[in-house]
Design a protein around this ligand. Structure first.
Ligand code: LR7
Ligand code: MN
Length: 576
């Protein structure tokens, strides 16, 4: 599942349809834009409260700053105040048909006003925060491939309706070779009618979101680049917290909280301000709970910006000059994936800061699968991007990625020398430094004794996750020597882990389960005795034993007896 609330990441590309036949044009109907909002007055005389602020780049003065009035609810219209849109049974077929176009409920989206109202989801303490009287302007860069009309235009209208006009330099749309007619001339005509400058750039051929963003960023006139996905909705007060943080320190890269717009109903669901970004061995971005130490660093104030080890990638603000200085993006990455962690590691390791401004909320339509094609194959592309990221930034920890995803070992990742040179030139710190200082809770352990298969001497079978998830039983099977589900790390903290799960036993007889690593010892502590090959479960004092006849794939816990059925070899016999 794709939602933030459940802590899951299911958004990685899997099944997809080819939508090239689609010639659908959206109806606009009642969604005609509201032009009710007056522009704020912009006065470039320094206001008295601006004394003491110094900027070495252009800023706008927000004289007599007044927040925009909230977008009024259009009573009776579907989806107002972020409410779910229900589909009557007679429209179910049509809904399913349209769902395939973008992998979200397009029928529902098309019923909702482009100017729909949303609840003010901010913490109380966010609502009357003061922002600097001088702020840089921003150019918003949105890349898209075959985006739906209503989601794209609702993204744009939510920005127009909820951003102080003085701060909004322009919106830059980068069309990455879409194949839908309405995104051609009709889009260009439409954006000319909008009250802010909106430019449409075209990549010409499919270049992927990374290079499309580079093309957009190259045209930016504002001081801050704000990247957004093409199916988002900005909420009340979203922009000021992002810009204020960048204005204070241009080496900050700042994300909003990414709320969930349901792919089924377009309901607006607030995400937790207690999650931050991490990653697993497969180099998927994942949400995890913010640890206590970060709450304490912020003095327990949840309205204070949250330092996050990684970002999801789609929604963030970065100073234009800093974006260039820090190495933009890796233009060797194709289509989708990897660039989010690449930028996260790079920013931290090369002297910047990555944070979530918890007072800024932007909703995003989380999808369960990707609607568009990956020319050349999904796994080939994602493996390539991640291999580039691992080779340049992960140092020795790249082994975790390759061992759990052996398919990436022989992918042709192209020339990475420019990125290695960048790391040199910027004198970036090591991945060890990152793990020690920024992300000690990481699922890639800082110190470990062993990474490889765990083989039973008696049966000659290996521990195997069998692809199971957190909460399910550990298994064993024939040792294949390929890694993947048979790779475990034995860490200095005495965990035996596979990706972000740890071997965990709460029952003294077993079964041994795979449970999300909590890093607090308890039932997840094991000690391996290299001399006799036994694996002791510290809490129960028992030993890990090969499966008993009743269930041949289920390892158990038994009193330690030094028999060969309790003897395990941690020795790499992998073909790498
Ligand atoms: O070839 C492409 N060309 C494009 O222009 C492929 C995609 N795109 C566009 C696409 O139309 C969309 O506007 O790029 C944008 C992002 O693509 P999505 O929406 O299919 O990606 P996602 O939301 O599933 O993926 C997340 O991870 C990506 C990794 O490359 C990007 O960083 C996305 O921006 C990112 N999205 C978010 O961070 C929103 C929150 C999701 C989470 C967690
Ligand atoms: Mn997206």
């Amino acid at each position: 599942d794709c939602s933030v609330g459940s802590g899951g990441w299911g958004c990685s590309p899997s099944k997809r349809d080819d939508n090239s036949k689609d010639k659908h044009i959206q109806e606009r109907g009642h969604s005609a834009p509201l032009l009710g909002h007056k522009e704020e007055e912009v006065d470039n005389m320094l206001p008295p409260d601006a004394a003491g602020w110094h900027f070495d780049y252009p800023v706008r003065v927000l004289h007599r700053w007044k927040p925009k009035p909230p977008v009024p609810e259009q009573t009776g219209h579907p989806g107002e105040m972020g409410k779910p849109v229900r589909t009557p049974p007679e429209e179910e077929r049509k809904m399913k048909e349209k769902f395939k176009l973008n992998q979200f409920n397009l029928l529902a989206s098309d019923k909702i006003s482009l100017n729909r109202s949303l609840p003010d989801v901010r913490l109380e303490g966010c609502k009357n925060k003061e922002y600097p009287p001088l702020m840089p302007t921003t150019s918003i860069v949105i890349v898209f491939h075959n985006e739906a009309w209503t989601t794209l235009l609702r993204t744009i209208w939510s920005i127009i309706n909820r951003s102080p006009r003085a701060l909004l330099e322009e919106i830059i749309l980068v069309d990455d070779a879409s194949e839908r007619d309405y995104l051609g001339e009709p889009l260009e005509k439409y954006v000319k009618t909008l009250p802010v400058p909106v430019h449409v750039l075209r990549t010409g051929h499919r270049s992927g979101l990374i290079r499309a963003r580079l093309q957009g960023a190259a045209q930016v006139k504002g001081q801050v680049i704000l990247f957004l996905d093409a199916h988002v909705e900005a909420t009340e007060g979203w922009l000021e917290p992002l810009l204020a943080r960048v204005a204070e320190d241009r080496t900050r890269v700042v994300c909003p909280i990414i709320d969930v717009i349901s792919d089924e109903t377009f309901e607006y669901v607030t995400a937790s301000d207690m999650t931050w970004g991490g990653f697993n061995w497969k180099l998927n971005f994942r949400w995890y709970r913010v640890p206590q130490r970060e709450m304490e660093r912020r003095g327990g104030d949840r309205t204070q910006p949250l330092r996050t080890p990684t970002m999801a990638g789609g929604l963030f603000a970065i100073d234009k000059d800093y974006f260039e200085k820090i190495g933009k993006y890796d233009e060797g990455m194709d289509i989708w994936g990897g660039e989010n962690l690449e930028m996260s590691f790079r920013v931290w390791m090369c002297g910047g800061t990555l944070e979530i401004a918890t007072c800024s909320h932007v909703g995003h339509v989380f999808r369960k699968s990707t609607p568009y094609t990956f020319p050349g194959g999904t796994s080939k592309i994602v493996n390539k991007n991640n291999a580039r990221l691992a080779e340049v930034w992960l140092d020795d920890w790249k082994e975790f990625y390759y061992s759990i995803n052996p398919g990436a070992r022989n992918v042709d990742y192209g020339d990475i020398s420019p990125r290695k040179r960048l790391r040199q030139e910027l004198q970036c710190k090591s991945f060890r430094w990152y793990l020690e200082n920024i992300y000690p809770e990481s699922q890639m352990p800082l110190d470990y004794y062993y990474l490889g298969e765990i083989r039973n001497t008696d049966s000659q079978n290996c521990l195997d996750t069998l692809g199971r998830k957190s909460g399910e039983n550990l298994g064993v099977s024939y040792c294949h020597g390929l890694g993947g589900n048979q790779v475990f790390a034995y860490t200095k903290r005495q965990q035996i882990m596979s990706d972000d799960n740890c071997l965990d036993a709460s029952n003294p007889n077993g079964p041994v389960k795979l449970v999300r690593c909590h890093g607090m010892g308890g039932n997840q502590m094991w000690s391996y005795d290299e001399a006799d090959g036994s694996i002791h479960h510290i809490n129960s004092g028992r030993c890990l034993q090969k499966p008993i006849p009743g269930d041949p794939t289920l390892p158990v816990l038994r009193p330690c007896d030094s028999s060969s059925s309790q003897q395990w070899v941690m020795k790499s016999s992998f073909k790498w």
